[in-house]
Design a protein around this ligand. Structure first.
Ligand SMILES: Nc1nc2c(c(=O)[nH]1)N=C([C@H](O)[C@H](O)COP(=O)(O)OP(=O)(O)OP(=O)(O)O)CN2
Ligand SMILES: [Zn+2]
Length: 149
Protein backbone atom coordinates (compact mmCIF):
# COMPACT_ATOMS: atom_id res chain seq x y z
CA UNK A 1 0.00 0.00 0.00
CA UNK A 2 1.28 3.49 -0.84
CA UNK A 3 2.43 5.96 1.79
CA UNK A 4 0.28 9.09 1.65
CA UNK A 5 0.63 12.55 3.18
CA UNK A 6 -2.40 14.38 4.47
CA UNK A 7 -2.58 17.96 5.71
CA UNK A 8 -4.91 19.78 8.05
CA UNK A 9 -4.94 23.58 8.28
CA UNK A 10 -5.67 25.73 11.32
CA UNK A 11 -5.98 29.43 12.16
CA UNK A 12 -5.38 31.20 15.44
CA UNK A 13 -4.78 34.72 16.70
CA UNK A 14 -1.81 35.20 18.99
CA UNK A 15 0.10 38.13 20.42
CA UNK A 16 3.85 38.17 20.99
CA UNK A 17 6.88 40.40 21.37
CA UNK A 18 10.48 39.71 20.41
CA UNK A 19 12.52 40.95 23.37
CA UNK A 20 15.85 42.48 22.24
CA UNK A 21 14.92 42.48 18.55
CA UNK A 22 16.16 45.45 16.51
CA UNK A 23 12.89 46.18 14.70
CA UNK A 24 9.22 46.90 15.20
CA UNK A 25 8.49 43.33 16.34
CA UNK A 26 10.10 44.14 19.69
CA UNK A 27 6.71 45.73 20.44
CA UNK A 28 3.79 43.65 21.66
CA UNK A 29 1.73 42.88 18.56
CA UNK A 30 -0.33 40.05 17.13
CA UNK A 31 -0.69 37.81 14.11
CA UNK A 32 -3.45 35.78 12.50
CA UNK A 33 -1.33 32.65 12.33
CA UNK A 34 -2.03 29.97 9.72
CA UNK A 35 -0.75 26.53 10.62
CA UNK A 36 -0.52 23.53 8.26
CA UNK A 37 0.24 20.14 9.75
CA UNK A 38 1.21 17.31 7.38
CA UNK A 39 1.42 13.69 8.49
CA UNK A 40 2.15 10.53 6.52
CA UNK A 41 1.15 6.91 6.73
CA UNK A 42 -0.64 4.13 4.88
CA UNK A 43 -4.43 4.21 4.36
CA UNK A 44 -6.16 1.55 6.51
CA UNK A 45 -6.76 -1.58 4.38
CA UNK A 46 -9.28 -3.33 6.61
CA UNK A 47 -12.76 -2.65 5.18
CA UNK A 48 -14.37 -3.50 8.52
CA UNK A 49 -12.50 -0.65 10.20
CA UNK A 50 -14.62 2.51 10.46
CA UNK A 51 -11.55 4.46 9.35
CA UNK A 52 -11.17 2.30 6.19
CA UNK A 53 -9.18 4.16 3.51
CA UNK A 54 -7.84 6.83 5.90
CA UNK A 55 -4.25 7.49 7.01
CA UNK A 56 -5.72 9.21 10.08
CA UNK A 57 -9.17 10.73 10.36
CA UNK A 58 -8.83 14.49 9.70
CA UNK A 59 -11.02 14.89 12.79
CA UNK A 60 -8.56 12.97 14.98
CA UNK A 61 -5.67 15.07 13.67
CA UNK A 62 -7.73 18.21 14.32
CA UNK A 63 -8.38 17.13 17.93
CA UNK A 64 -4.65 16.61 18.59
CA UNK A 65 -3.59 19.93 17.07
CA UNK A 66 -6.43 21.85 18.70
CA UNK A 67 -5.64 20.44 22.13
CA UNK A 68 -1.87 20.89 21.86
CA UNK A 69 -1.63 24.18 19.95
CA UNK A 70 -4.74 26.06 18.87
CA UNK A 71 -6.68 26.01 22.15
CA UNK A 72 -3.53 27.01 24.03
CA UNK A 73 -2.20 29.75 21.74
CA UNK A 74 -5.44 31.27 20.40
CA UNK A 75 -6.00 34.76 21.84
CA UNK A 76 -3.06 34.37 24.22
CA UNK A 77 0.09 36.50 24.26
CA UNK A 78 3.42 34.69 24.18
CA UNK A 79 6.53 35.96 25.93
CA UNK A 80 10.02 34.52 26.36
CA UNK A 81 10.20 33.73 30.07
CA UNK A 82 13.96 34.31 30.11
CA UNK A 83 13.55 38.05 29.50
CA UNK A 84 12.26 41.05 31.50
CA UNK A 85 8.96 40.56 29.65
CA UNK A 86 8.17 38.12 32.44
CA UNK A 87 7.23 41.16 34.57
CA UNK A 88 4.76 42.38 31.97
CA UNK A 89 3.44 38.83 31.65
CA UNK A 90 2.80 38.64 35.41
CA UNK A 91 0.94 41.94 35.36
CA UNK A 92 -1.26 40.78 32.47
CA UNK A 93 -1.95 37.41 34.12
CA UNK A 94 -2.89 39.15 37.37
CA UNK A 95 -5.41 41.14 35.36
CA UNK A 96 -6.94 37.98 33.89
CA UNK A 97 -5.26 37.89 30.49
CA UNK A 98 -4.20 34.66 28.79
CA UNK A 99 -0.42 34.71 28.69
CA UNK A 100 2.00 31.96 27.69
CA UNK A 101 5.53 31.98 29.03
CA UNK A 102 7.79 29.90 26.81
CA UNK A 103 11.49 29.13 27.14
CA UNK A 104 12.33 30.43 23.66
CA UNK A 105 12.16 33.60 21.59
CA UNK A 106 8.65 33.39 20.07
CA UNK A 107 9.66 33.66 16.41
CA UNK A 108 7.94 31.52 13.77
CA UNK A 109 11.04 29.32 13.65
CA UNK A 110 11.04 28.58 17.38
CA UNK A 111 7.27 28.11 17.47
CA UNK A 112 7.35 25.40 14.75
CA UNK A 113 10.06 23.54 16.71
CA UNK A 114 7.84 23.66 19.80
CA UNK A 115 4.74 22.62 17.82
CA UNK A 116 6.55 19.69 16.18
CA UNK A 117 7.59 18.29 19.59
CA UNK A 118 4.06 18.63 20.96
CA UNK A 119 2.31 17.08 17.95
CA UNK A 120 4.81 14.20 17.53
CA UNK A 121 4.22 12.94 21.03
CA UNK A 122 0.44 12.69 20.42
CA UNK A 123 0.44 10.89 17.05
CA UNK A 124 -0.33 7.15 16.86
CA UNK A 125 2.79 4.98 16.27
CA UNK A 126 1.99 4.29 12.62
CA UNK A 127 1.59 8.01 11.76
CA UNK A 128 4.66 10.15 11.13
CA UNK A 129 4.80 13.92 11.39
CA UNK A 130 6.08 14.96 7.95
CA UNK A 131 6.13 18.76 8.19
CA UNK A 132 4.65 21.86 9.75
CA UNK A 133 4.21 25.26 8.16
CA UNK A 134 3.49 28.30 10.30
CA UNK A 135 2.49 31.46 8.48
CA UNK A 136 2.81 34.71 10.44
CA UNK A 137 1.82 37.10 7.69
CA UNK A 138 0.82 36.72 4.03
CA UNK A 139 4.49 36.90 3.08
CA UNK A 140 6.33 35.29 6.03
CA UNK A 141 6.38 31.68 7.19
CA UNK A 142 8.58 29.03 8.80
CA UNK A 143 8.61 25.31 8.02
CA UNK A 144 9.77 22.25 9.96
CA UNK A 145 10.52 19.02 8.05
CA UNK A 146 11.11 15.67 9.79
CA UNK A 147 13.64 14.78 7.07
CA UNK A 148 15.85 17.69 8.19
CA UNK A 149 15.51 17.21 11.92
N1 LIG B 1 13.08 35.07 10.71
C1 LIG B 1 12.11 35.77 11.34
N2 LIG B 1 12.06 37.10 11.20
C2 LIG B 1 11.08 37.79 11.82
C3 LIG B 1 10.12 37.14 12.60
C4 LIG B 1 10.20 35.72 12.73
O1 LIG B 1 9.39 35.07 13.42
N3 LIG B 1 11.20 35.09 12.10
N4 LIG B 1 9.12 37.85 13.15
C5 LIG B 1 8.98 39.13 12.97
C6 LIG B 1 7.77 39.84 13.52
O2 LIG B 1 7.19 39.10 14.55
C7 LIG B 1 6.66 40.06 12.47
O3 LIG B 1 6.20 38.82 12.01
C8 LIG B 1 7.05 40.91 11.33
O4 LIG B 1 7.40 40.15 10.20
P1 LIG B 1 7.53 40.76 8.78
O5 LIG B 1 7.35 39.69 7.76
O6 LIG B 1 8.77 41.57 8.71
O7 LIG B 1 6.23 41.67 8.79
P2 LIG B 1 5.86 42.92 7.91
O8 LIG B 1 4.44 43.22 8.20
O9 LIG B 1 6.85 44.01 8.12
O10 LIG B 1 6.07 42.30 6.49
P3 LIG B 1 5.62 42.78 5.05
O11 LIG B 1 6.85 42.56 4.24
O12 LIG B 1 5.18 44.18 5.17
O13 LIG B 1 4.52 41.84 4.66
C9 LIG B 1 10.02 39.92 12.29
N5 LIG B 1 11.02 39.14 11.66
ZN1 LIG C 1 5.29 39.18 15.09
Amino acid sequence: MSTIRITKQFNFETGHALYGYDGKCKNVHGHSYKLSVTVSGKPIKDNTNVKFGMVIDFGDLKKIVNEEIVDVFDHATVFNKNTPHVELAKELMDRGHDVLLVDYQPTSEMMVIDFAKKIKKRLPKNIKLHSIKLQETDSSFAEWYASEN
